[in-house]
Structure formats: C-alpha cells, structure tokens
Ligand binder design. Structure first.
Ligand SMILES: Nc1nc2c(c(=O)[nH]1)N[C@H]1C(S)=C(S)[C@@H](COP(=O)(O)O)O[C@H]1N2
Ligand SMILES: [Mo]
Length: 556
C-alpha cells in the first residue's frame, strides 16, 4: 500500500506536470480545483500587499487596479457613482476588484484541472494586470511594481501547483484508508466515476494545505495592510515636533471671530475641515522615507527629505481653501492656519528655466494639479505646507506635505501627499481634472454664504442675527450686503480682517417678522467687484451666483 501521508499525488502527477491530457487519469474534483485557484490568487495578492507595505515606493496592485478603473471611466460616470454611492463608492470599488479576483481565481483553478501551465500563466496574467495598472498611473516605481507583481505571481503559482497536486480526485486508485470514506462514490456524476475501484477522496491532506494557504494569504495581507496602516503613520505623525515659524502669522484680532452660535468658526478645526480627493484610501505616507523632488525645467533639480523640509525657514499664513465643486451656499470651503516653506524659496533654489509656464504638483497617489509659475512666484504665502492649525497635516489633508496657494481652487493647486514639484508647460502636461472637463485655470470666485439662520430651523420673531462667511482669497472682502425679501441691500457688519486670503465673518441684526422670508447675501471683494446674481454651475470653473435661503418665522 503506498503511503500518501506526504503531498499526495506526487506519484501520479510526475507523468503530467504541465499541460496536456491526463489521459485516463482521474481529474481532481471541481470544487477542490476552484478552491485551489481562489487560494492561489489570494496568496498572490497577499504577497503583493506585503511587498507594497514593506518596500517604500511600491504600492498595492489591488488599489492600482481600482485607481485605474477610476481614472479610465468617463467623468460623468465617476460623478454618477459618487452621487449614488456617496462615500461608499470607494469600498464598493475595492470590493468589486477583490470579487473579480476571486472569480478569476476560481476559473483559473478550474482551468488548472486539466491544463496546469495555462492556469499558471493565467495567474501571471492577473498579476500583470495589476503591474500594468501601476504603470498607467505612474505612482509607483515601475521596476518595483514588476518585482512585487512577479513575487506575487510566483507565490500564487507555487500555491496553485501544490494545491492541485493535493486536490482530491473524483476517483482515485490510491485511495487512502485514512482519508474520508468514499461515501459519495458515484454521486459526483463525472465521467470518471464508477470504475469499480474503491474511491477514496483524499480530503484531509488537501484541506490541511487549504488551511495553510488561507493562513498565509491572511497573514500576508494583514501584514501588508498594517505596514501602510493609518495607525502606524499616525504614530509617526504624533511623535513629530514642528519648528516655530520664522515668519509667524500676525496676531488674530479679538473681533475677527464674531462668536455667533451656528456661525462657522474663523478657523475650521481639522476634524471638521472638508475633504475632497480622488484617493480610494487615504494615502498613508511614512514621513521618514518620503521625499519631495523639485525638477523639470529647472537648472538645479534637487530632493528634500521631510527633516530637511522642517529645517528650512517656515512661514505661517491663514488661508481659505475652496473647492471648485462647491455649490453656492455649499460646505466645500474652509479656513485654516497653514505652516510650511514658501514656494518661492524652494523655486529660487532650483532656478526656474526660461519657458517654464506651469508648476505641476504630483501626489504619491498619482493626482496632479498645475497652475501658472507666475502665481507661484507672485502670490505671497503660496507654500508647501506641513502643518494645519498648529499640528502636522492630518493624513486626510495630505501628510506629510501639500501645496496651498491662496486664490486658487484646490483642483489646480492644493496637491496633497505631495511628492514632486515639476516645472513644465501647460502644453506638455495637464493636471488631473483638466481633461475631465474643468478649466485649466481656477481662480477662486468671490463668494458668500449664510450660515445663520438655518433654512430648516424654526424661528421666532424678533431681533436675531443673519450671519455667515465671505471669501475672495488674494483680493479680500470689502463689503457684504444682505437683502430681506425685496428690501434694500443692507450692509452687514464685518468681522476684523485677518488677511486678504482669509474669509471674513459677517452679521446683520434682523428684526424678524412672522411669515415666510427670503434672505440673500452678496459680497464685494477688494477690487470693488460685487458677486453676480447670475448663477452658473460648478463646472468648468466654479459656481457663481448669490446664496439665497427661505426661512419661516413663527407667529409671536
Ligand atoms: N493628492 C490629491 N490632492 C488633492 C486632491 C486629490 O484628489 N488628490 N484634490 C484637490 C481638491 S479638488 C481640493 S478642493 C483640495 C481639498 O483639500 P482638503 O481635502 O484638504 O480640503 O485638495 C486638492 N488636492
Ligand atoms: Mo476641489
């Protein structure tokens, strides 16, 4: 009696290690090969995850595929997905990629039932898709992607071969008495069944290997995710000490924040600050291995580590950041105190070459945003920021470094998880959103918003504030006016101005009378320009129009 305690099938597969017919030899059971393929794919993915976590500059192939999907779907579909799925769009996408991998894995296993070489090649092909997706968005070092993908494929193929050899057969002449009894003899309904031999299904050794493969996959994936986990980067971030800025922001006047209940605070706390980005998962960038390169059309390209960036003289500035997708009256705008290195200092050191017209920021996640070189040099306080409201940038707002440029919408300027600043031209390369239907240049439009009263809140008659915020970064807010119903435009009281780049709170005391009322606001910026009444949609260059709300005041 042959001993099959070792990897079963070693004696029988020697004749047909690869493709080709297995002759009269029984084929492994379908469920077993499907499971083998699934696990082989899982092990392959886990190894790529581990590689992505362990090697700086490498990145998850699963996420690369997800991002490639996001990048290649038409803009309208991306917006529709965001509209219908909301913040669930990203988990749904990643889940879909994993599900497709699982199905492909099972199919690969079934293929491996009779065609092992083909199945091995199929696993390599799945890994290759991930590698190619990594090339496409250019966010990983291509060589690292090949290495990580290759290791994953090798691990997957090895797993597949081991499991296929061990997979129980529909009929097996070498039935092992210790294995599960042949209770299902004849029930499989395969052509091989019913040879009259004792049919043992060698399940136990196979299932042991299944457990091992599943454990390897789970451990690899967990370790890989841990290495890039928020917890780890959060620990690094929490231990950081920021230098005192060489050029601190001017003191905040006492009456810069009116302190009205329900009114957005002058500085939006980091936890409440709006977040907009295309990232599937918040990039967790290790500041100890991160660096920023300054290159392209410059005389002296160079690279800075995080420590070097911290060692340069810092500037502190209060800058209101706005999203081009902000609707009139919307919440995609916020004000924070930023600290970082002035862009001009970084550019002077590199020496900008004649002909460079665009400064393109590149993110570790492949996102890019570009704006005129002139803006980078002329707009005071444009910076590579490392801190937000007195703490290192939160991961979701771009840790370890991001661009902040007063007066420009985020989509053309505020690159988070910044990894490179390239001097180029607008003809040579366009930022992420430009080919997706957004304007090449994105100056922030003068806007104002009513925060108080809330349109939905029940109001009682009598004296109460109408209050909100108004912004026109780089130009400043000169005047805010409020109109009740068809009355005259009345000047609101403005909070003290911090800076032209900072929004201003405003308030108008209103003697509310019972009934339904329409409240409108309009701001005038430092150039004397007043907000237009003409509403335009957010695309292509930001919403225009005045915020108007309806309120109902109860009877006394
Ligand atoms: N890497 C990266 N940076 C990015 C984006 C992005 O999608 N990816 N979105 C930009 C846009 S559209 C805006 S409005 C701001 C928002 O910055 P916040 O999320 O810190 O508020 O980030 C900008 N920087
Ligand atoms: Mo944005």
């Amino acid at each position: 009696m042959p001993d099959h305690a070792g990897p079963p099938g070693t004696a029988t597969t020697g004749a047909a290690p690869g493709d080709g017919s297995t002759g009269s030899r029984p084929a492994p059971r379908r469920w077993a090969v499907a499971l083998s393929g699934l696990l082989a794919t899982a092990v392959a993915l886990a190894v790529t995850e581990l590689g992505a976590g362990a090697v700086p500059g490498a990145r998850s192939l699963v996420l690369a595929v997800g991002d490639a999907v996001v990048d290649s779907v038409p803009g309208w579909l991306e917006r529709a997905a965001i509209a219908t799925l909301g913040t669930a769009d990203k988990p749904v996408l990643i889940g879909t990629v994993l599900l497709v991998c699982a199905v492909l894995g099972a199919v690969v296993g079934l293929l491996g039932r009779r065609h092992r070489t083909a199945a091995c090649l199929a696993i390599a092909a799945v890994a290759a898709v991930g590698v190619v997706a990594s090339f496409a968005d250019g966010r990983t070092n291509p060589l690292l992607a090949v290495v990580v993908g290759g290791l994953g494929a090798a691990a997957g193929i090895a797993t597949l071969l081991v499991l296929l050899r061990a997979a129980p057969h529909t009929a097996d002449t070498h039935a092992d008495a210790d294995a599960a009894p042949a209770t299902r003899a004849g029930s499989a309904g395969t052509p091989d069944a019913g040879t009259g031999e004792a049919r043992g299904v060698q399940r136990r050794p196979f299932l042991q290997l299944v457990v091992v493969a599943a454990a390897v996959a789970a451990a690899g994936a967990t370790a890989g995710r841990w290495l890039t986990s928020p917890d780890r980067v959060e620990q690094i971030r929490a231990a950081l000490r920021l230098p005192a800025p060489a050029q601190p922001a001017p003191p905040v006047p006492a009456d810069a924040d009116l302190g009205i209940a329900g009114l957005t605070p002058l500085f939006v706390p980091n936890e409440d600050f709006y977040r907009i980005d295309t990232a599937l998962t918040i990039p967790q960038v290790d500041s100890t291995t991160w660096s920023l390169s300054i290159g392209g059309m410059v005389d002296r390209p160079y690279r800075l580590t995080y420590a070097e960036l911290l060692a340069m003289p810092h500037l502190e500035a209060d800058i209101t950041l706005a999203c081009v997708s902000n609707q009139v009256g919307g919440q995609l705008v916020g004000n924070a105190r930023w600290q970082g290195v002035p862009l001009r200092a970084l550019l002077d050191r590199a020496g900008i070459q004649r002909g460079a017209t665009q400064l393109l920021g590149r993110s570790v996640d492949g996102f890019t945003a570009g704006f005129p070189v002139r803006t980078a040099l002329d707009v005071e306080d444009a910076m590579v920021a490392v801190a937000m409201n007195g703490e290192p940038l939160p991961a979701r707002h771009g840790f370890p470094a991001r661009l902040v440029v007063p007066g420009l919408y985020g989509y053309v300027s505020a690159t988070k998880w910044l990894t490179a600043i390239d001097l180029t031209t607008f003809e040579d390369e366009a930022g992420y959103w430009i080919p997706r239907g957004w304007a090449r240049e994105g100056p922030v439009k003068t806007q104002s918003r009513i925060d108080v009263p809330r349109a939905t809140a029940p109001l009682s008659p009598g004296r109460q504030p109408i209050a909100g915020v108004a912004w026109a970064p780089t130009r400043g807010i000169e005047q805010v006016e409020v109109r009740v119903d068809d009355g005259p435009w009345q000047s609101a009281r403005l909070a003290a101005a911090l800076d032209v780049d900072t929004w201003r709170q405003w308030v108008l005391e209103w003697d509310a009378t019972p009934g339904r009322h329409t409240l409108s606001v309009r701001a005038s910026d430092g150039t004397g320009e007043t907000q237009t009444d003409q509403r335009t949609p957010v695309a292509p260059d930001g919403a225009a129009g005045r915020h108007t709300i309806q309120v109902v005041v109860a009877e006394a």
